[in-house]
Design a protein around this ligand. Structure first.
Ligand code: C2O
Ligand code: CU
Ligand code: CU
Length: 477
């Protein structure tokens, strides 16, 4: 018997088939880029990072004169930037103060034990606290993030504001300190004229919720001023529910130096980049001439069901004013960043096939986003794996839309993409926890889970995850 996630239009209040209402509220642009607030370390013991994160209702001022009710971590959205160092022990107490809703904190991409990973099986009830503890192993430096993962509520809690960046720094960083290290968290906002966040529509559930504004650290098109000749290190985070960001920095060359799980072996020049939901990239941008350099979106057709595909090209996300004053000379970017080990031959191969179903019947429309024909069941183990064993995972997308595939608890390496019988290899070897599987494409990746316990794998369009496109791999010791 096949389980499908069912969504009946007639029992979802406030639901309509139309395209997303266009936000009438006007957001100010061109303010100076604010630094993300930082989560302070309360420990005095070296090697320990200890802090508290409280999720609660708060308000944000996106548009002049309107206080928008949102959810924040420690009162802010995005949540405070967490920065720890490889080798640290982390103890973060989560206080769930969201009214009447369970939540969790999931440490996206981080090598934490399964019972500390904020899985939907381990909810933190409203009004209660729990402490997450884990060690950051040597070699784990990377650009991770944190967000809620409660059963059936992840998509909503994230678009209401809960997501933050967690940077693990290496003990010795090959990137010159003079480049800085600027985290840019991209989120998506839909704002009604009265300043509220509208409920999701049927279109949002099918395609994933795409808002009207892309914010950078909570601001619309903020501005940073740098001297010309500056090289700057950025960490780009796609923390949107469902927006694919194909980006280019007009007027300033970009070099990719890292992915989700840390640095590449060597820098790679890029004209444009595609950041699908939940992916991260580390980049060096060179501001070589005075004037303006704008980070803006390019068109990317990720597949869209129904009418009202939002325009995605030509949005200015972030502006850099390059002043006439020349920068102090900075050391060059090294040619080699770090070695990335290659996996040995896989002991097991597995295949995961994405399909979608949509049927109209007497009670309304039923929709499902399925993996191997089944919708997520919190009580079912889909795959049993062995800790320490290399596996080849083949993700086959038979739907009309791209799906960013994510696995908890580890970092994988993409081996190849196949489309219409043609195989292409990635441009570089990299540690990743999320990879876009385009329409009609098959992606093959190698991975190894080193810690036992149940791990989620799912589409990171959070509405699809919620409608069933998720499974559990039980890793046995
Ligand atoms: Cu950010 Cu289950 O993921
Ligand atoms: Cu995750
Ligand atoms: Cu999806």
């Amino acid at each position: 018997q096949r389980a499908t996630a069912q969504m009946k239009m007639d029992n979802m209040p406030g639901m309509d088939m139309g395209a997303a209402p266009q936000g009438a509220a006007v957001l100010p642009e061109g303010e100076a880029l604010r630094d993300l607030s930082r989560l302070a370390n309360e420990a005095d013991t070296p090697g320990l990072f200890k802090a508290k994160l409280t999720a609660e209702s708060t308000t944000a001022r996106f548009a002049e004169g309107l206080d928008t009710p949102i959810l924040g971590y420690n009162g802010t959205s995005p949540g405070p930037l967490i920065e720890a160092v490889e080798g640290d022990r982390v103890e973060i107490t989560f206080a769930n103060r969201i009214a009447d809703e369970a939540s969790t904190i999931h440490w996206h991409g981080m090598p934490v034990p399964a019972d500390q990973d904020g899985n939907p099986m381990d909810p933190v009830a409203a009004g209660t606290d729990r402490t997450y503890s884990f060690d950051l192993p040597e070699g784990s430096a990377g650009s991770y993030w944190y967000h809620p993962h409660p059963h059936g509520k992840t998509a909503e809690q994230v678009y209401r504001g809960l997501a933050g960046a967690f940077v693990v720094k290496p003990k010795a960083d090959p990137i010159p300190a003079a480049y800085g290290d600027t985290v840019l968290v991209f989120t998506d906002l839909r704002l009604a004229a009265d300043g509220t966040l509208p409920d999701s529509t049927m279109t949002d559930l099918m395609n994933g919720r795409v808002g009207d504004h892309v914010l950078v650290n909570g601001q619309k098109n903020p501005v940073l001023t740098v001297p010309f000749g500056t090289k700057r290190r950025f960490r780009f985070y796609n923390a949107t529910n469902a927006r694919f960001l194909r980006l280019s920095f007009d007027g300033a060359p970009m070099t990719i130096i890292g992915t989700d799980g840390g640095l590449l072996e060597a820098p790679v020049a890029a004209d444009d980049i595609l950041l699908s939901p939940a992916e991260r990239l580390e980049l060096i941008v060179s501001f070589e001439k005075p004037g303006t350099a704008t980070l803006s979106t390019l068109d990317y057709d990720r597949g869209w069901m129904g009418a009202g595909r939002p325009a995605d090209a030509g949005l200015a996300l972030f502006t850099v004013n390059v002043s006439e004053t020349p920068a102090e000379p900075a050391p060059p970017l090294p040619d080699r960043l770090r070695p990335i080990a290659q996996f040995g031959a896989p002991a097991v191969s597995r295949r995961f096939v994405f399909t979608e179903t949509m049927t109209m019947n007497a009670t309304g429309m039923e929709m499902g986003f399925l993996i191997n024909g089944a919708a997520f069941d919190i009580k079912r183990v889909d795959v049993v794996a062995k800790a320490g064993q290399v596996e080849l995972w083949e993700i086959v997308n038979k739907t009309d839309m791209d799906h960013p595939f994510h696995v908890h608890g580890t970092q994988f390496q993409v081996v190849e993409h196949e489309r219409g019988g043609e195989i292409s290899k990635p441009a570089y070897r990299a540690w990743k926890d999320t990879v876009n599987v385009a329409r009609g494409e098959t992606v093959r990746l190698l991975l190894r889970q080193d810690r036992p316990g149940p791990r989620m794998y799912h589409c990171h369009i959070l509405e699809h995850e919620q409608l069933g496109m998720m499974g559990i791999v039980d890793v046995q010791a």
